[in-house]
Design a protein around this ligand. Structure first.
Ligand code: F6R
Length: 363
């Protein structure tokens, strides 16, 4: 049942305020001031976190790396499951291995988990399908509670993965004493406000659809982002190529000069994701470098970022202001809608893109 939407993907994008609200409530303590897990993890005895996944779930892990490092001061490694399993890396004592998978059945991720069995101190998974192999074979499985995801391109599972990973990082920060109780309560209160912000983001649908009409006419798109926006740029590019078949790639904004700037010309749209945060100035100068070469910029930012660059970009998509830690979850919505409307404009099969399967149970 598409619930009145044209595609499952559109329905699943629209469901995000609801399912994320539920995930937040699920992992919140009764007083709302701390995170509660179904079973305790001792983060003080863990000195290294290794996160492994494929595709969109891998980008959720890349995002979570910033959170675990910044909030909980934990050393973090992130790996693609198909690389990790055959590289057979050392897993030293004190390692927690964390596997992220919507389906819980991805062959490479499951094999990576089995490789860590007996080596890692603790195996934790973040899954949507609670009865899956990955959930069963972990010491602790944390459900993301996104509900069934039908669209092959992951949307609500990605943002629910992010939500659960952020709450896990906050739990680690609490135990390791790297954030004060007050700071944690603050972040959790911001998380409770996230569904309202997501609804505001969804209201930008018309502006995003208009920009997508233009993207649909191009053959290549570049995505740029810094800090927490870098993994999201990767996810935005993946979404666009999966469902619209437009070639898209993403770079950390600081890498622009080191190669991809050679691609910039009048025909090349560049999607820049940049909330007005501590890194905004840096990204703005990367944007200027694109503009100086005739590149077309689609800027996804907030009011302050839009005012600060007024008139420079070709299209500006304005997100509500939010705690900077939450921007990957919020900015996922315009990234998804941009891909969705571009595919719609091209008339491709949004829910069942060619050559892709929802669950990759063979390598
Ligand atoms: C992208 C997408 C895939 C999956 C990947 C991992 O939209 O859906 O990249 O994220 O195949 O799948 P799971 O999360 O089921 O392990």
């Amino acid at each position: 049942d598409k619930g009145g939407h044209k595609h499952f993907m559109a329905k699943e994008i629209a469901e995000q305020p609801l399912v994320i609200g539920e995930a937040v409530r699920h992992y919140l303590s009764a007083d709302g001031n701390s995170v509660e897990l179904p079973e305790d993890i001792d983060f003080t005895s863990i000195n290294r976190l290794t996160m492994v996944a494929c595709g969109t779930a891998f980008y959720a892990c890349l995002t979570a790396k910033y959170w675990f490092e910044q909030l909980a001061q934990m050393p973090v490694e992130v790996d693609i499951a198909s690389e990790f399993r055959y590289r057979e890396p050392p897993v030293p004592g004190g390692t927690m291995a964390l596997f992220v998978s919507q389906s819980g059945e991805t062959a490479d991720t499951l094999a990576a988990l089995r490789y860590c069995d007996g080596k890692a101190d603790k195996i934790v998974s973040v899954v949507n399908v609670a009865e899956s192999s990955i959930a069963r074979e972990s010491d602790l499985a944390l459900p993301i509670l996104a509900g069934v995801e039908v669209g092959v391109a992951s949307t609500k599972a990605f943002t629910c993965q992010l939500t659960v990973l952020l709450m896990l990082a906050l739990k680690a920060a609490e135990q390791r004493g790297t954030l004060s109780a007050e700071d944690i309560a603050d972040k959790l209160s911001a998380l409770r406000g996230l569904p309202a912000a997501l609804n505001t983001a969804l209201e930008q649908d018309g502006v995003i659809a208009a920009a997508a009409q233009k993207l649909a006419e191009t053959s290549d798109v570049l995505f740029l982002g810094r800090g927490l926006m870098y993994p999201l740029a990767l996810e935005g590019a993946l979404k666009l190529k999966e469902i619209s078949y437009i070639h898209a790639e993403a770079y950390a904004s600081g890498e622009l000069k080191h190669g991809p700037i050679a691609l910039i010309d009048k025909t090349m749209p560049v999607v820049v994701m940049a909330p007005y945060d501590a890194l905004f100035d840096k990204t703005r100068s990367n944007m200027q470098e694109v503009l100086a070469r005739g590149g077309k910029v689609v800027l996804i930012t907030d009011r302050k970022g839009a005012d600060d660059t007024s008139g420079d970009s070709w299209r500006t998509i304005v997100m509500p202001e939010i705690d900077p830690i939450l921007t990957p979850i919020l900015y996922a919505v315009p990234a998804q809608l941009l891909a969705y409307h571009t595919a719609e404009a091209k008339g491709t099969d949004v829910d069942q893109p060619r050559n892709l399967a929802k669950s990759v149970t063979v390598e």
